[in-house]
Design a binder for this molecule. Structure first.
Ligand SMILES: Nc1ncnc2c1ncn2[C@@H]1O[C@H](COP(=O)(O)OP(=O)(O)OP(=O)(O)O)[C@@H](O)[C@H]1O
Ligand SMILES: [Mg+2]
Length: 257
């Protein structure tokens, strides 16, 4: 089953064509990679999918819904969640509060009900807290629930970001450089973790990464961008041996794979 169909999507920043005729069909349960040199347009593609930017041209169909023109919270409500290239957590808040905040899409009580602590407010807040704690337990972060995010080691903070994205119960999870700044041990753990989330939550995962060990080991299919245009797509095996990809991006890294 096709989950997301991206057809001929382009995006301009002034005169710069940051994304040029992007096409991709994502199928349910897939784990797909998006790679390419700095400035290739990878994050811009995620910003178009999540509604942070509006595509200049083309269409993005998610389970039959056209995403172009929809605001981020609506797209999130349809089942798409993401993490960011640099961590965007509320540092001074606890881990639990960071995850609770991500449930805002589910709230139906109004400010007066909250102020007066009426039953609907109390019940929803309790459900959100229970669901957040359950997620933290599943992700092995329960012991850090009441810790400030800024006190956690870097690898754990990145995990909290993924948990927070999971709070909206997405069908599609977009990870923008989840391994950035991690050491080799943390990257190995992250690879297991990503597989585990995909299987445990029946997710489709689309990730951007510069860490080729991670990409080549866990992605079933990879798309390569260079200056906004697709220069290759296929299995990790095919991508590693594609002379154009080696020339534009992989270079010496191929030796290490
Ligand atoms: N908001 C913006 N306004 C203008 N230009 C932008 C904006 N965001 C990105 N760009 C430009 O668009 C191009 C693609 O940027 P993008 O961030 O998508 O690259 P990327 O592939 O994610 O790179 P990296 O691997 O460094 O994260 C770059 O030339 C960048 O400078
Ligand atoms: Mg980027």
């Amino acid at each position: 089953m096709t989950l997301l169909q991206i057809n001929h999507v382009s995006h301009y920043f002034g005169g710069l064509k940051a994304v040029d005729e992007f096409n991709l069909d994502l199928h349910e349960g897939e784990l797909v990679g998006l790679i390419g040199p700095n400035g290739a347009g990878k994050t811009t593609v995620f910003n178009l999918v999540t509604g942070a930017y509006r595509a200049s041209e083309g269409s993005l169909l998610f389970q039959g819904h056209e995403l172009v023109g929809k605001p981020p919270h609506v797209i999130n409500g349809l089942g798409i969640a993401r993490t960011f290239q640099t961590i965007r957590l509320w540092n001074q808040m606890t881990v639990l509060d960071n995850v609770k905040v991500a449930h805002h899409g589910r709230i139906t009580y109004n400010p007066a009900e909250a102020f007066l602590r009426l039953p609907r407010y109390r019940q929803q807040e309790r459900e959100i807290e229970d669901h957040s704690l359950e997620l933290l337990r599943l992700f092995n972060l329960e012991q850090d629930a009441h810790e400030r995010v800024s006190n956690l080691p870097y690898g754990a903070q990145r995990r909290v970001e993924i948990v927070r994205a999971m709070a909206s119960q997405p069908k599609l999870l977009l990870l923008d450089e989840p391994a950035a700044g991690m050491n080799p041990q943390e990257i190995s753990e992250l690879m297991d973790f990503i597989h585990w989330i995909r299987d445990e939550f029946d997710l489709t995962i689309w990730l951007i990464e510069h860490q080729m060990r991670l990409v080549m080991n866990i992605c079933e299919r990879i798309k390569v961008l260079d200056f906004g245009a697709t220069i290759a797509e296929g299995t990790p095996q095919k991508i590693q041996n594609d002379p154009r990809v080696v020339e534009a991006y992989l270079g010496e890294q191929v030796e290490e794979l």
